[in-house]
Design a protein. Structure first.
Length: 393
């Protein structure tokens, strides 16, 4: 590989960081059940410990996304101390506005003002948690919607969301941001109040300058061009972050790059081209949002991180200058081949060299398997209480 490409990959690896979801280490399932794994994390301490192990062998995931209802159950844990102890800082704070019985007909979109107030109060409490644990992002996903035509007034609910998000925005401090995540369906199957990027964009703009859009790759119709949405949000300076996963059908939450690696590559390409044109790194939170129902959870997480690194590196070696010229002259085949050549490039040796140069194991999965960490936690966590199957995580 040319030195120039090796250097581009090293620079890309130096800046690429991806946040892990605490719930990716816990037993999660589908509506058809949840399969327990002997060493699945059940406490916040275990989730930080597992994240620290993934960061030990990869070196690129220094933060852990936290879900308020699942990770602050006993509220007594000193997260800042845990962060210092494990070297993993608290990442995005995710309020839970979908699990409580109150939210049957919605949270911020509920026609009952007391329930809207309950939902808003939970978001405001989550902003306080973010301040306490020095997190920047409050990541909002709403299951709100309906299952049958005519059962809800979509415009009135939109107005309640505008009001709720503005009040949440006004509670932010420092460099805090609101990330507004959209999803076209599930659990609602007729309409979802924040169903697509346009709705999330408008609501974010109306909320205020610190509200940005979060793109979960699993939250799109099968034929939707996700990288075009990314290109628009970049250009509008409204892209706040990603929840990466992969899917074959719906919001399958499979491991990144397991089904369509070229999809994630095309997303990273739009970002790399934007950064080349603007000459500045985009302020994007790269995060994983997956549920490891069958794969061993820590191995699935390591596989996800190393796959993300490879696809990010491939996008970094696209020759943007040459590509821009081909785009200008409509040299279609040459332009497309700029991407295909980069995607076909084996970047693993350069990434392994980058790891070795920084004291990170060249093969993270192998290093994890040789560490005995999995055996240690299986012994330590054997017979532990497992979370109720009614809770997602
Ligand atoms: C909703 C979602 C959201 C999380 C949840 C675990 O599908 O993507 O980001 O809160 O998964
Ligand atoms: Mn998500």
């Amino acid at each position: 590989m040319e030195d120039r490409k090796t250097e581009q990959i090293a620079q890309a690896m130096d800046r690429f960081r991806i946040e892990l979801p605490s719930w990716g280490f816990a037993d999660t399932g589908t509506r058809f059940g949840k399969f327990h794994q002997p060493a699945a994390a059940t406490t916040i301490e275990e989730k930080f410990s597992d994240a620290a192990e993934v960061n030990r062998v990869t070196g690129v995931c220094p933060s852990l996304a936290l879900h308020v209802q699942w990770d602050f159950r006993d509220g007594s844990t000193d997260i800042p101390a845990l962060a210092t102890q494990t070297g993993i800082r608290a990442g995005s704070i995710n309020p839970n506005l979908f699990q409580d019985q109150d939210y049957k007909f919605g949270s911020l979109g509920n026609s009952d003002p007391t329930i809207r107030q309950t939902a808003l109060q939970h978001i405001l409490d989550s902003v306080k948690i973010a301040t306490r644990v020095q997190s920047r992002d409050i990541s909002l996903w709403f299951a709100d919607g309906s299952n049958y035509p005519g059962t809800q007034n979509i415009r009135r609910r939109k107005a309640w969301f505008e009001e709720g998000l503005q009040r949440a925005h006004d509670a932010l401090s420092g460099d805090q941001r609101l990330l507004v995540e959209y999803k076209p369906f599930e659990p609602a199957f007729y309409h979802t109040d924040i169903a697509d990027w346009g709705m999330a964009l408008e609501l974010s703009r109306m909320a205020g300058p610190r509200a940005k859009v979060l793109v979960d790759t699993g939250h799109h119709y099968a034929s939707q061009n996700i990288e075009q949405i990314v290109a628009w949000l970049l250009d509008l300076r409204m892209l706040g972050g990603f929840h990466f996963n992969d899917r074959r059908y719906g919001d399958d939450d499979l491991t990144l790059g397991s089904i369509d690696p070229y999809q994630v590559f095309r997303i990273f390409h739009e970002i790399a081209m934007y950064e080349w044109e603007t000459g500045a790194p985009a302020d994007i939170a790269y995060m994983v949002d997956q549920s490891h129902n069958l794969k061993p959870k820590i191995e699935a997480m390591i596989q996800t991180v190393t796959t993300a690194q490879e696809l990010f590196a491939k996008a970094a070696i696209v020759d943007h200058e040459v590509l821009a010229a081909h785009q200008e002259s409509n040299a279609l085949v040459d332009a497309e081949n700029c991407l295909k050549d980069a995607f076909a490039t084996d970047v693993r040796p350069a990434i392994e060299a980058w790891r070795t140069a920084r004291g990170i194991p060249a093969n993270p999965l192998q290093a994890f398997r040789e560490s005995g960490y999995q055996q240690r936690i299986e012994t330590a966590r054997a017979g532990k209480h497992r979370t109720a199957d009614s809770s997602y995580a």
